[in-house]
Each structure stands twice: as C-alpha cells, then as structure tokens.
Design a binder for this molecule. Structure first.
Ligand SMILES: NC(=O)C1=CN([C@@H]2O[C@H](COP(=O)(O)OP(=O)(O)OC[C@H]3O[C@@H](n4cnc5c(N)ncnc54)[C@H](OP(=O)(O)O)[C@@H]3O)[C@@H](O)[C@H]2O)C=CC1
Ligand SMILES: CC(C)(CO)C(=O)C(=O)O
Length: 334
C-alpha cells in the first residue's frame, strides 16, 4: 500500500523531496506544511529548476499551514513525517514538540537535516518511534516562493537512529530508500548513519559557516586568498580528528581530501551552502546543530580545534545579529 507522507518544512529540501517522492507516491498522499510560501505552493505547487532532473519541473502536493491542519485533514495519520526545516529553535517550542500531533504508532520520523547529535531530542520525546536519520548531498536553494533551483547531484544516505534498532524500524527506513531511488535520486541504506554524518560534517562544519561569514560561494572562497584552500583543509581536518576521537577511525586525511575535492572540482562560482542562503536573507543560522555540537564533542574528548572554535564564535555573532532589530545594529557612533 502506498504510504502517506508529511513533509514538515516546504523549503529547498522539502520541495525537491516532494518532487522525488511524487515519482512513486501519489501527490495527493504527499502533504507539505508550508509557512511563508503557503499561498504559492497551495495554488501552483513547487517548481523545480534542476540541472539533474530538468527545468520547470512541477509537483503539486497537498499544502497545509500547520501540523494541526494536517492531523485534522488526515486523522488516520502519516506513515512518514519528514522534518525538512532548518534545525534552529524559533520561539519556545522545540521542533520535536512541533511535530508531536502528527506522530502516531505507525509513523517513522525522517530527519532530513544537517549537523551532528540532532537525533537525540527526537528519541527523548518519541522513545518507541522509528527514526530514520538522513544525510543529504543535494545543493538547492529556494529562489522565489515555491521555486527551487537544484544542482550537481541528489544523493541520500539513510540509517536508523540508533543504529541498533528493531527490524520493523530498519524495514521502514529501507522502504523510504526505495522511494527516493524510484524518484531518480541515489539513496543508500547505511548500517551506522553516524559515519556518514561525520563525513558530511566535514563539508558543513567548514563551508557552511565560511560561506555564510564571507558571503562567497564555496569555489569563490577557495580562490579568495592564496591560503584560503589550506585554511579550509585544516578546518576540515579538525572536524575529522573529532570524528576519530568519537571512534570513526575511517575519517582520515583521504576523506578530508575527497570532501574538499567536491568543491575544488566544481565550476566557479560553486554552490551556495544553505547557511549562506540564510545569512544572505537574514534568517537564523544552524550554528548549534552544525558547529556548536561539533565543538562540544571536541571539548568532551579534549581535542584541540582552534579554527573550529573561532568559526563557532564568529558564526554565533552573525546569527545573533539577525535577532537584533536593525535600528540597534551599529547605529550609534558612540
Ligand atoms: N539547501 C541545501 O542545499 C541543503 C540543505 N540541507 C539541510 O536540510 C535542512 C533543510 O534545509 P533547507 O531546505 O535548505 O531549508 P529552507 O530554509 O530552504 O527551508 C526550510 C523550510 O521550513 C519552513 N519552516 C521552518 N519552521 C517552520 C514551522 N515551524 N512550520 C512550518 N514551516 C516551517 C520554512 O518556512 P519559512 O519560509 O516560513 O521560513 C522553510 O520553508 C537543513 O538542516 C539544511 O542544513 C542539507 C543538504 C543540502
Ligand atoms: C554543502 C551542501 C550544499 C551539500 O549538499 C549542503 O549540505 C548545504 O547547503 O547545507
């Protein structure tokens, strides 16, 4: 039987996800919680301009304004609830609390967010629920409400959280892998997704804050100064050393080179990491889930990471500037 999927967060990733899933699941069984782009998505659906899947591709899932509206419209619930928001706290309610009304006994929570240690708050609130943790290589940006540009690749790695889970939880994750593949993406079911998370964090923990702070795309920054590439490599190496301290000995220099090469092999100007998109539009940044958690893990192991620490405080400052009213930002000369 075809599943019913709720996508919480109809932004860049949520839109492309809806598109991929629509290749094997009826659009009427794909429900997306939209906020600022609700009117456009409810009327026209999402438009995907992709160098991989084609330009002007359209998908029209069911758009709702809130999880409350979703649960009222579909009282028999959702098989998959995909969290595709930025991992930031807005207001006093945590994201796991926000999705609680749509999580039922049959639900698998699919976490489609960057960062490390992002799963635990969901496990704490939903101790018996299946959780699929997803690592995504899919550069995409919402260029206008409901319009998303996507480049390079669409690659997903999925695994249960925790790695040791019941066979039912593993089966529901494996099923989601198949839906992504049927959509034309590359998708792999991992035994221990944390290795893939650390490998991806080498990219996100370095390039996301660097590009947000410098307002340059990845390839642009690498050419910004003679030492920019080696600075990036050294920062990536710090993150790799934290992964090894956590027990992931596979995350060595060759992995760092491979991750750096994702950018050095790109055509200029390169990609706009999601944190750069947020910085350019004055949105709150995923500093804690991507950089802060990483720094705290380093500190718990006594691993010295001076570059990461510097990046953390600068990115924290930039993030805080978005919470301060414009009038208070460096307005006075005294
Ligand atoms: N973009 C990329 O290339 C990649 C992103 N990722 C990761 O994927 C995750 C999602 O990123 P991305 O798609 O880029 O983010 P976007 O900012 O493009 O989209 C997030 C969406 O969530 C919506 N949202 C946030 N809070 C709520 C809420 N309470 N209720 C309803 N909607 C809400 C936002 O609405 P509103 O517009 O109103 O703010 C926005 O549409 C992040 O963790 C990111 O790091 C991973 C790989 C690549
Ligand atoms: C680096 C990139 C683009 C890879 O998909 C990404 O993960 C992001 O923008 O957050």
């Amino acid at each position: 039987m075809s599943p019913r999927v709720l996508i919480f967060g109809g932004g860049s990733i949520g839109a492309v996800l809806a598109y991929l899933l629509s290749k094997s699941i009826a659009a009427s069984d794909i429900v997306v919680v939209c906020r600022s782009n609700y009117d456009v998505v409810a009327t026209h659906g999402f438009t995907i301009n992709s160098t991989v899947f084609g330009m002007n591709e359209n998908v029209k899932p069911i758009a709702v304004r809130s999880v409350t509206e979703a649960v009222q419209a579909y009282p028999d619930g959702f098989d998959y609830v995909c969290v595709a928001t930025k991992a930031v706290v807005n207001g006093t309610i945590s994201q796991p609390e926000l999705i609680k009304p749509v999580v039922s006994a049959k639900t698998t929570i699919v976490l489609m967010q960057n960062g490390i240690n992002i799963e635990e708050p969901y496990r704490a609130l939903f101790p018996d629920t299946a959780i699929a943790s997803v690592v995504i290589y899919m550069p995409c940006t919402q260029t206008a409400p409901g319009v998303v540009s996507h480049t390079v690749y669409a690659k997903f790695l999925l695994g249960t959280y925790p790695a040791k889970s019941t066979s039912e939880h593993k089966t529901s994750t494996a099923r989601f892998v198949e839906f992504l593949k049927q959509g034309g993406a590359s998708a792999v079911h991992e035994e221990d997704i944390q290795l893939a998370r650390w490998t991806k964090l080498i990219v996100n923990g370095s390039q996301n804050p660097i590009c947000a702070l410098s307002r340059l795309r990845d390839v642009q920054f690498l050419g910004a100064a003679p030492g920019a590439a080696s600075f990036t490599r050294n920062l990536m190496s710090e993150i790799a050393s934290i992964a090894r301290a956590e027990g992931y000995s596979e995350v060595d220099d060759s992995v760092v080179e491979r991750q750096l090469e994702l950018s050095t092999s790109r055509v200029p100007p390169g990609v706009e990491p999601s944190m750069m998109a947020d910085a350019l539009s004055g949105q709150r940044l995923e500093v804690e889930s991507i950089v802060g958690n990483t720094l705290r893990i380093a500190q718990s192991h006594g691993v010295d990471v001076p570059r990461l620490e510097t990046i953390y405080y600068l990115a924290k400052g930039l993030d805080m500037s978005f919470a301060i009213p414009e009038a208070l930002l460096g307005g006075s000369k005294n």
